[in-house]
Write a protein that binds this ligand. Structure first.
Ligand SMILES: Nc1ncnc2c1ncn2[C@@H]1O[C@H](COP(=O)(O)OP(=O)(O)OP(=O)(O)O)[C@@H](O)[C@H]1O
Length: 320
């Protein structure tokens, strides 16, 4: 929410641990956004770049000055498991082709997700080629569709959130590597906490509005913190001394490629901004190291140590 450049998150965990509940709550945590009315891509009226063709003025720069704007919640789009590539990327508008004889584009889910979040439950069961397309678009921020005689490109800047159950298999490592962060969620074993979950759920079921109202203050506090972090982010300094430690950590863990360092630096910067700091400290790196590196460790069949423990040890040695 603070820094979309981190590259999204893959959440692996047991069933029924509130993964989807948490993702669906994202929109309420972010301030509503202004969009050009009627634009299928929810283009930002105040933006000067990254707009769709219709919203770009003839000089190629701005949304039309007279565009009517609407205020909408940040989009959170669910990608169902059986979705076809046409439904995801968009395709020829068959209805208009048949009734009006015109070639028009029917935008897909990627269009709706522009400026928001795209959530894929059970991403590990999705066909590899579709995951590949999604990760490509998420990284480039543009969806290019070329089929049935139409050729169109439109903005598709979204944060990809995937979730899945490890019992059903993992994603291929090369796909996993392209998710910024990898979180693991396990079932809570503390009886006290389990009871609290049931109590809260029962309170919600009994009266959803009263339940939400009860948490209004907390929600508003978190919203302010996120908004403050988004504003602060561009000014947060990443000192060279911390950057060197980040690179040393990746060398120590023999991480292939350089996404490890990039994600560590972006995430530590976002965390510093979230905590209200203007400079990244080693402690920020320490706190996000497992999230940013777990899925980038080389798989060694002879390695007996848990991945998280391996990272913790390396962190202690390098960041000491
Ligand atoms: N930590 C928690 N706090 C509050 N509610 C929780 C928590 N864990 C689970 N729940 C409740 O458990 C139910 C299952 O949650 P949800 O459907 O979000 O899980 P999930 O992890 O997405 O499951 P699946 O992997 O099967 O899709 C929901 O009713 C949710 O309210």
């Amino acid at each position: 929410m603070v820094s979309p450049t981190i590259g999204g998150v893959m959440v692996m965990g047991h069933r029924g641990t509130a993964k989807s509940t948490a993702v669906r709550a994202l929109a309420a945590m972010l301030p509503p956004i202004k969009a050009v009315a009627g634009c299928p891509y929810s283009c930002a009226p105040e933006r000067t770049a990254g707009l769709c063709e219709r919203c770009t003025s003839p000089d190629g720069k701005k949304a039309p000055v007279k565009a009517t704007t609407v205020t909408i919640p940040v989009p959170v789009v669910d990608l169902p498991l059986g979705a076809t590539e046409d439904r995801v990327c968009g395709t020829l508008d068959i209805e208009r082709a048949l009734t009006q004889g015109v070639q028009a584009f029917a935008p897909g889910l990627l269009a709706r997700a522009n400026r928001g979040f795209l959530y894929i439950d059970e991403v590990n069961l999705l066909e590899d080629h579709l995951v590949d397309v999604l990760l490509d678009v998420a990284a480039s921020g543009t969806n290019v569709v070329e089929r049935e005689g139409i050729s169109i490109r439109h903005p598709a800047r979204f944060v990809l959130v995937g979730s899945g159950n490890p019992e059903e298999g993992d994603l291929r490592p090369q796909l996993l590597d392209r998710f910024g962060l990898h979180a693991r969620i396990t079932t809570i074993t503390e009886v006290e906490e389990r009871v609290e979950i049931v109590r809260r759920r029962r309170a919600y079921d009994a009266d959803p509005f009263a339940f939400a109202a009860n948490w209004d203050k907390e929600t508003a506090k978190l919203q302010r913190k996120i908004k403050g972090a988004q504003k602060r982010l561009p000014d947060v300094v990443l000192p060279d001394s911390v950057l060197y430690k980040i690179a040393e950590l990746c060398v120590k863990l023999e991480i292939d490629g350089h996404r490890g360092e990039l994600t560590l630096s972006r995430t530590a910067t976002a965390l510093a901004a979230f905590e209200g700091h203007n400079e990244v400290k080693l402690d920020d790196v320490r706190r996000i190291a497992i999230l940013a590196l777990r899925h980038r460790l080389r798989k060694d069949p002879l390695e007996t140590q848990d991945d998280a423990v391996r990272i913790e040890r390396a962190v202690e040695e390098v960041l000491a």
